[in-house]
Write a protein that binds this ligand. Structure first.
Ligand SMILES: Cc1cc2nc3c(=O)[nH]c(=O)nc-3n(C[C@H](O)[C@H](O)[C@H](O)COP(=O)(O)O)c2cc1C
Length: 158
């Protein structure tokens, strides 16, 4: 059975809440999912999953250093993550505060690993974004995103 990792950093809980909402969407598609704090993820753990989704608060328009550190350490497995499904989500303090640039930054790293990314023509186009605490709109978007990631993982790795 294919398996997805949702790996996040969160100080005040907003990004964490989004991670669990996305996991709900994945589970509803009957795909296995692990939700882990970035501190609990070793670079070698990335090899075990068919899909990897990174989530971060927006810090000065980019991701938290903790997540960037994992990404930089993942160079040890350069070329070994090819063909896995990738995704990203972010929380920010403000509209226009850089949540989309954070998502794009994370997706760039996944693309450089040779991973497969899916956009969304209806919901948040690059990946779910929230302004501070996720509201009902964000919850719906995160669940749909989880389903979308699971759908692609099943297609490529089912
Ligand atoms: C160091 C730092 C930098 C931040 N930079 C931004 C920023 O550039 N734009 C923004 O909208 N919010 C910014 N914020 C706010 C956080 O992105 C926001 O509160 C987020 O929801 C926190 O997520 P968390 O609850 O998962 O920790 C910053 C917060 C901190 C602590």
């Amino acid at each position: 059975m294919p398996k997805i990792l949702i790996c996040y950093y969160s100080r005040s809980g907003h990004t964490k809440a989004m991670a669990y909402m996305i996991a709900d969407g994945v589970r509803s598609s009957e795909v296995e999912v692990d939700v882990k704090k970035v501190a609990d993820v070793k670079p070698s753990d990335l090899l075990k999953y068919d899909g990897i989704v990174f989530g971060s608060p927006t810090y000065y328009g980019t991701c938290a250093a903790e997540l960037k550190s994992l990404i930089d350490k993942s160079v040890k497995y350069h070329e070994e993550l090819q063909g896995k499904v990738g995704g990203a989500f972010a929380s920010s303090g403000n509209v226009g505060g850089g949540n989309e640039t954070t998502v794009i930054q994370l997706l760039q790293a996944l693309l450089i690993h040779g991973m497969v990314i899916v956009g969304d023509p209806v919901g948040d186009h690059y990946g779910p974004v929230s302004i501070e605490k996720p509201n009902k709109r964000v919850e719906k978007d995160c669940k749909e995103y989880g389903k979308r990631i699971a759908w692609l993982v099943k297609k490529l790795h089912g």
